[in-house]
Design a protein around this ligand. Structure first.
Ligand code: FAD
Ligand code: SF4
Length: 424
């Protein structure tokens, strides 16, 4: 075994927690509002004219407009306002870093009051249409044009939604068995579950989209062939695998990369994801925080971030850091990993680190590597080709769902215009 595979320190059981404890640990971190609570919250909004919350949102959802509709009991209309601007308004309501976006910009912060709970209100409205299976969008009149989307993540599918509404035929090529990108395979389980992500995606596919899943462009079909067969191509392939540490011992059993660990957790019953008793997570970005928190919630007795720089250098969001601390995760700063060491039977027993005062070995039986994603290498595409468009993580270097959705929507406008359509 090696990176990406699993080592069970307790072979007969993946975790010592019961199924009920595991379910509680991975329940939604921000539970939905009741109808009464949503009405109360909506009525606290000042419905600002130049709403800073709307400006702060990369998709510029008209926040006061959707909140007003909740206040008047029009949940369908509210969801329409949200989803019109952001085809991933449902997953964004659960996973957006709102503290640094809309809620962080809410004018109530300036009065030392709590900001409006925009994310929970957005969830209230979008949950309603998803649960009731209400169809808010329809395919446009056929234009006879065909567009290929490479990658069924938020960027590719946001672009797909608007292209279908404009009447273009869309084929989506997706390497994984399921669509949704990291929404399905990567977002922390206590924020967004795969079945919710897939329900949101299905709404887009129901507009009449051809989905070719399990097809990697550049391997199963050449990019040049796709470009030749379609009028336009959108590339939304995200980023690649977790980067390697480049230190001895990283292929030992018990070393796993963060994305494989999280993907396994999100696609299997909780107890089937094996977890060490003492887990070290190497890295200090948002993925590292998600990995350490989920390791702890899976039942690790100790889950510790090991980071070569200091606390103030961490690239994760402050509130994610606070969550990990509340979960009882440990943090070792100024500790640069030099080597992963093994016990007599060849399994991980610790991480040797260099510290300002010398070196030491931090004992552990599992290591999760979370030092960022590399670029994908299946194919090269000409970014300045007039019929090739791009957006999302592969274009912006790695941001949030909402950025990918915004860039997919913008690309759909450009593609529509290029295909002779009038952009509203
Ligand atoms: C662990 C983790 C946690 C995150 N948590 C959050 C969060 O809480 N909130 C938030 O807003 N953002 C979060 N993000 C960021 C967010 O997930 C991404 O910004 C977003 O998913 C980017 O969307 P995308 O469509 O560009 O790429 P992706 O979601 O990566 O989708 C790209 C798709 O393209 C497919 N693909 C790749 N190559 C090919 C090919 N050659 N042929 C066919 N298909 C291909 C992939 O299989 C994938 O499905 C997180 C990211 C990670 C890694
Ligand atoms: S800034 Fe706050 S109070 Fe003003 S419209 Fe936005 S959510 Fe409402």
């Amino acid at each position: 075994m090696g990176r990406g595979e699993w080592f069970a320190p307790v072979p007969e059981r993946a975790t010592v927690l019961t199924d009920a404890q595991l379910a509680a640990n991975f329940a939604d971190i921000a539970p939905p509002l009741s109808n009464d609570a949503a009405l109360l919250e909506a009525n606290k909004c000042l419905f600002c004219h130049d709403a800073p919350c709307t400006i702060a949102c990369p998709t510029h959802i008209d926040v006061p407009a959707f909140i007003k509709k909740i206040a008047t009991g029009n949940l369908r209309g509210s969801a329409r306002v949200i989803l019109d601007a952001n085809p991933f308004g449902h997953s964004c309501a659960r996973a957006c870093p709102v503290e640094v976006l809309c809620e962080g910009a809410c004018v109530l912060n300036e009065r030392d009051e709590q900001p409006i709970k925009i994310a929970l209100l957005q969830r209230h409205a979008t949950d309603y249409v998803l649960e009731k299976k209400l169809k808010l969008f329809e395919p446009g009149k056929p234009t006879g044009k065909r567009v290929a989307i490479i990658g069924a993540g938020p960027a590719g599918l946001a672009c797909t939604r608007d292209l279908r509404c404009a009447g273009h035929a869309v084929t989506v090529f997706e390497a994984k068995p399921q669509p949704g990108g990291l929404n399905t395979y990567g977002i922390a389980e206590y924020k967004l579950k795969a079945d919710v992500a897939l329900a949101e995606v299905q709404d887009i596919l129901d507009l009449g989209v051809e989905l070719k899943s399990g097809v990697t462009v550049g391997r199963d079909i050449p990019f040049e062939q796709v470009l030749a067969e379609y009028d336009a191509v959108f590339v939304g392939i995200g980023l690649g695998a977790t980067k390697a540490l480049g230190i001895p011992g990283e292929d030992l059993p018990g070393v796993v990369d963060a994305l494989s660990f999280i993907e396994h957790l999100k696609t299997h019953p909780y107890r089937d994801t094996r977890i060490g008793k003492r887990v070290v997570v190497i890295g200090a970005g948002n993925t590292a925080i998600d990995a350490v928190t989920q390791a702890k919630r899976l039942g690790a007795a100790e889950a510790t971030i090991v980071y070569r720089r200091g606390e103030s250098d961490m690239s994760c969001y402050h509130y994610e850091y606070e969550l990990a601390k509340r979960d009882g995760c440990g943090f070792r700063f100024q500790a640069a990993p030099q080597r992963i060491v093994a016990n007599g039977s060849g399994a991980v027993s610790g991480v040797e680190v260099r510290t300002p005062s010398g070196s030491e070995t931090i004992p552990c039986d599992m290591v999760i590597v979370a030092i960022g994603q590399g670029e994908r290498g299946e194919f090269a595409w000409p970014p300045d080709h007039p019929r090739v468009f791009t957006g999302g993580d592969c274009a912006n270097g790695g941001a949030e769902i909402v950025n990918a959705a915004a860039e997919g929507v913008t690309a759909a406008k450009r593609i529509h215009e290029m295909l002779g359509g009038i952009v509203r």
